[in-house]
Design a protein around this ligand. Structure first.
Ligand code: ADP
Length: 352
């Protein structure tokens, strides 16, 4: 059972930066968990603490029922893949992949078998004699993954492994790593700042903000039921629109619209309604708003319209095949059934 348990983990760097605060989380055996959050939120620090590359300041890290706080990284049964590949430039692919096994004293036959297995899984058999500089970014990253695979670790840790690749290669490596997870059937923890990567890869996603977990959920729940305003705004591109207002007498009273709720909701001095760009229609909806087109970004099949609504911009995602001109006045219709309500003070979701 390669389960990873984090118990009240905290990390304060010597410069007093509190990078991780009271993180508790259980990562199940064979699960693919993604840590996602904006740059500087502490996700790499947390991963490095699991790897043993950073010491935790408080709390416990348990890998396979063993507290590993005081266990050296190489004895933790984990393998880590980094963004910069960290390959030895003077060694060929075979030697790069086998290096870790040689230093651990495996027999030549065992090493050969493991390396050949790994390169077959990764489809890089033909590059065994190549040096890293002769390979593309994607191939180098495969070699780095190969080096992790041959160790037969209990847990794979990935730290932004695709950030140095071009957009197309990122997409294809994304699905390769997902497939690899299925083939190997091991626990993987993957760090990224890219919410699309997180949403497409993770069985469960851990949303981190300023060193703390904001929500842990599967991609569908995160998108459709964000527990707080941070998650709601971070997940989804373009971002969810937010309209400020207050809750009074069972209704949301905003600057531009009022919505009455059926359920009894306590008054809240400051609240926001969130509506995703695709939940605002140009043809029909719960109520009508009017604004001026500020920008129209057409991707062919969809258009992202930025509409000026007095003090704020509203982003609308539409599949309507129409040319929009800047400055044009348009009507748009938010769908009240798809709205999210949050308190502004604590950012927490309010069910209605
Ligand atoms: P992320 O991976 O989410 O971008 P990091 O874990 O790298 O975030 O960093 C979290 C915070 O800790 C940041 O404020 C960063 O500046 C700080 N930090 C990271 N590494 C160190 C370090 N070695 N020493 C001091 N502060 C650090």
């Amino acid at each position: 059972m390669s389960e990873v348990i984090l118990k009240n983990v905290g990390k304060i760097y010597p410069n007093k930066v509190e990078a991780v605060r009271d993180v508790s989380l259980t990562i199940e055996d064979k699960e693919f968990v993604v840590f996602v959050g904006p740059s500087g939120c502490g996700k790499s620090t947390l991963l490095r603490c699991i790897a043993g590359l950073e010491e935790v300041t408080s709390g416990e890290i348990i890998i396979e029922r063993r507290v590993v706080n005081d266990i050296h990284p190489k004895d933790r049964d984990i393998a880590m893949v980094f963004q910069n590949y960290a390959l030895y430039p003077h060694m060929n692919v075979y030697d790069n992949i086998s290096f870790g096994l040689k230093t651990r004293g495996y027999s030549k036959d065992e090493i050969h078998e493991r390396v050949m297995d790994a390169v077959r899984i990764l489809g890089i058999e033909e590059y065994l004699k190549s040096k890293p500089r002769e390979l593309s970014g994607g191939q180098r990253q495969r070699v780095a993954i190969g080096r992790a695979i041959v160790r037969h670790p209990k847990v794979f840790l990935f730290d932004e492994p695709l950030s140095n690749l071009d957009a197309k290669m990122r997409v294809s490596m994304r699905s390769e790593i997902s497939k690899l997870h299925k083939t190997l059937g091991v626990t993987m923890i993957y760090v990224t700042h890219d919410q699309t990567e997180a949403m497409t890869m993770g069985d469960r996603i851990v949303v981190i903000d300023r060193g703390e977990i904001r929500q842990v959920a599967d991609p569908h729940t995160l998108y459709f039921k964000p527990e707080n305003l941070f998650t709601a705004s971070f997940i989804g591109s373009p971002q969810m629109n937010v309209f400020p207002g207050k809750i009074k007498n069972k209704s949301f009273q905003g600057d531009y619209f009022t919505i009455s709720f059926k359920n009894n909701i306590p008054d809240v001095e400051s609240a926001v309604i969130g509506v995703r760009p695709e939940d605002i229609s140009l043809t029909e909806g719960t109520f009508k708003l009017k604004g001026e087109v500020d920008l129209a970004e057409s991707l062919g099949d969809v258009t992202f319209l930025h509409v000026k609504l007095e003090k704020q911009l509203v982003i609308i995602k539409t599949t309507l095949e129409k040319r929009f001109s800047i400055g044009e006045e348009i009507s748009f219709f938010p769908n009240a059934d798809k709205m999210h309500l949050f308190g502004s003070e604590d950012g927490k979701r309010i069910e209605f």
